[in-house]
Write a protein that binds this ligand. Structure first.
Ligand code: ARG
Length: 462
């Protein structure tokens, strides 16, 4: 017999039971469901709906159910629909009729979303930890490689030389914004729906603020209709993960390209690579390809969840049960990706010589244009003049620094012997010392800032 079965004259079709059941995936909410129920029992007792003894009996029973679930001793009944009904069924078996008083004034509508929020808050705390670990790996790696220059690319064409550490630090800031967004998502998740009942609120004088304090929520939801239907926090989290995923994927893509033999700038550690069943020589960056590849499923979950929510009538509709698999898969995926990405970064071998060998003089063309600018040539004109210099060097098949001074001077008399001093990658990098630039001094400041932020993140100050 279902919890709600008496008004029915037939039992549920077995396919419908299977279709309706969410136990296979919501079983992971057992701890939060039970904590929510314990708080509810205390709330009912404070309101005088349960005697203190009844509340104590129910809570002791819930403790027993919790330990059965935690030790895998819990026996599920084929009729259990979801974790919430399974817990209540078992509670009543253990404590008798008093168990039937727990659900007073409560609906699964407010129960389910309370448990899901609690679960998410716990997951968010652990994701924040993993995200910070990835940021630490990035900062440490960057700090240890402040003297390595590599070609910087736009459109995947060589553009200007940059420090390897500068490139790597760019990801720190992307992940820092993810960290901020996650903190905001947590803040919005920390609002209590419990006490909303099915949709209309609580008639028994339950103090919802006390419930919120009991369960560690920052606020209570102010509207019972909103409380049972709001899944913004689920979308928030999946949207957060989607953007994080974009960042992980582009980090992965950079490293995949640079680990190819054509580039050879970096080598992914054996622990994060795999071989081929056919070609003995292969070392494939599978972990990074999978990180890139997970984008499809996470963005898919975002589109899927929004589509489920679109056009739902207010309050609870069974469609909302579809929120969980998308959310859980997103959380599981990201929880695996973050430490793997951190491991890849920590163990990445950086090939200074290959990076140096790839530096082409043409990347110094902007510095040459700036040279003329310092000699009062307007930038637009110096850009054109240096374009001609580059073309001339190409015609003669020489590098810019091999082009005779006479050739330069034929293009513009402002060129002098000291132009060759500009044609130096180190100098080019070091000249970009304004805040946020690639000069080692500027990157050091960046790293200091990052370390301060990480300290705050780790101390829980933010
Ligand atoms: N398993 C359901 C869910 O995850 C429980 C809520 C069912 N509520 C209801 N009123 N039928 O959403």
């Amino acid at each position: 017999m279902k919890l709600w079965g008496t008004r029915f004259t037939k039992t549920t079709d077995s396919l419908v039971h299977q279709f309706n059941a969410s136990l296979s995936f919501d079983v992971r909410l057992y701890d939060e469901d039970i904590r929510g129920s314990m708080a509810w029992a205390r709330g009912l007792s404070r309101a005088g709906v349960l005697t203190q003894d009844e509340a104590r009996e129910i809570i002791a029973g819930l403790e027993a159910v919790l330990s059965e679930l935690a030790t895998d001793a819990f026996v599920f009944d084929p009729a259990d629909e979801d974790i919430h009904t399974a817990v209540e069924r078992r509670l009543t078996e253990l404590v008798g009729p008093v168990g039937g008083k727990l659900h007073t004034g409560r609906s699964r509508n407010d129960q389910v979303t309370t448990a899901l929020r609690l679960y998410l808050l716990r997951e968010i705390a652990s994701l924040r930890g993993s995200l910070v670990q990835l940021q630490v790996a990035i900062v440490d790696k960057a700090a240890a490689h402040l003297d390595i220059i590599m070609p910087g690319y736009t459109h995947l064409q060589q553009a200007q030389p940059v420090l390897f550490g500068h490139w790597l630090m760019s990801f720190f800031w992307r992940f820092q914004r993810d960290w901020d967004r996650l903190a905001e998502a947590a803040r919005r998740t920390s609002a209590l729906p419990l006490g909303a009942g099915a949709l209309a609120g609580n008639p028994l004088g339950v103090d919802r603020h006390a419930l919120a304090v009991d369960l560690g929520f920052a606020t209570v939801m102010e509207n019972s209709v909103d409380a049972v239907c709001d899944r913004d926090y689920v979308v928030d989290l999946i949207a957060w993960a989607s953007l994080l995923q974009m960042h992980l994927s582009s980090l992965a893509e950079d490293i995949i390209i640079w680990s190819s033999s054509e580039f050879g700038f970096v080598q992914v550690d054996d622990a994060y690579a795999t071989g081929s069943s056919l070609m003995p020589q292969k070392r494939n960056p599978d972990s990074l390809e999978l990180i890139r590849g997970k984008s499809g499923r996470i963005v898919g979950h975002l589109a899927g969840t929004l589509t489920t929510l679109k056009g739902l009538p207010s309050t609870y509709n069974k469609d909302l049960q579809e929120d969980k698999e998308a959310l859980f898969d997103t959380l599981d995926t990201v929880a695996l990706e973050l430490p793997i990405a951190a491991g890849v970064i920590r163990t990445l071998k950086v090939d200074r010589a290959r990076m140096a060998a790839a530096l082409d003089d043409s990347m110094l063309a902007t510095d040459l244009a700036d040279y003329l600018v310092r000699r009062k040539v307007p930038f637009r004109q110096s850009h054109r003049l240096v374009g001609r210099v580059v073309r001339r060097a190409e015609e003669l098949q020489v590098q810019l620094r091999e082009l005779d001074l006479a050739e330069y001077q034929a293009i513009h008399p402002g060129f002098a012997q000291d132009l060759y001093a500009v044609l130096d990658f180190q100098r080019s990098v070091e000249s970009r010392d304004a805040r946020g630039g690639t000069a080692a001094a500027a990157v050091r400041i960046q790293i200091e800032q990052a370390r301060m932020i990480l300290e705050d993140s780790m101390s829980g100050a933010v």
